[in-house]
Design a binder for this molecule. Sequence first.
Ligand SMILES: [Zn+2]
Length: 341
Amino acid sequence: MTALSPVSCSIDLEAPGKRIGHLALPKITNTAGWASTFIHLGCVVNGDGPTVLVLAGNHGDEYEGQVAALRLLQELRPEQVSGRVIVIPVLSPAASKANTRNWPSGANFNRSFPGRPDGPPNEQLAHYLSTVLFPEADVVIDMHSGGRSAWFVPCSHMHVVEDPVQRRAMLEGMEAWLSDFHYLYIDVNGSGLLPVEAERQGKLVITTELGGGGRVPAPIHRLAWNGLLNVLRHVGVLDGEAQTRESLGLPPAIILDGRDPANIVLAPEDGLFEALLEPGDPVEEGQIVGRLWFIDRPDRPPLEIPAPLGGYVAATKAIPVTEQGDCVFCLGQPIERAALL
Ligand SMILES: [Zn+2]
């Protein structure tokens, strides 16, 4: 399938050792007729074991995973690895540099899968992942956060996939991040997601929502790093004993079920959003989670926005300025892990 792809890779991803190089996508500009866009990647290969693909910067303004993946590429040594770790620390470099979710073209990379070899650059890169890298991987880790727009309770999350063996592996992989919360999500906003394509190919897919809001507190950097390392130990590619919350003396994580679409609450009109609860706070059905203020109507009382369901607040809008139809918060209901097995 590689021959069909216009994307080339500058390094050997098979041979033992550690290498850092790049993928090259064709680029033609007014100042360079034969040019490439580089997507940097590296691999650490040693002996027998699983192939793990570590991905971050799918969305440009989600930096938590990008920093952890850059550090992994810097620090990981072949003698620590059984199998292969391939790291793409920033899938969307132009968006990362611009502090935007989407590519400068407007494309959302996480709606570009499975991609096309003759599509626009985002689809060419997605196609390379779908047809070259995913088929070789046993585990696909895709680190996200709320980006600038939202603060998501720091967590690992998953789709509840049909296949019970894959579902159990994904549940255990999600739990290996050791976050206080986990979240079960559905796709309410279009198709073409990276994790969905990897799941369709039967991979153990582990994804995160590590805060967001345009600021990365030090504890979030630590959660990104420690969670990533523990997941790599859990799947057997990194030496050392994997920890559990129990082994660390922590209470069980709370798994939130966000699969009821009513959990996603949209702004009924433009305004300034004031959150009254924090992500991670329990909430009762009907309780006011936030309210909208109107800058051109100081005489008008704020519009209170209630929780349509009880449970926990999972995310709130991080930027007060709100347009009609923006997600202002989302919720989830606690669920026992046994219900997912
Ligand atoms: Zn994202």
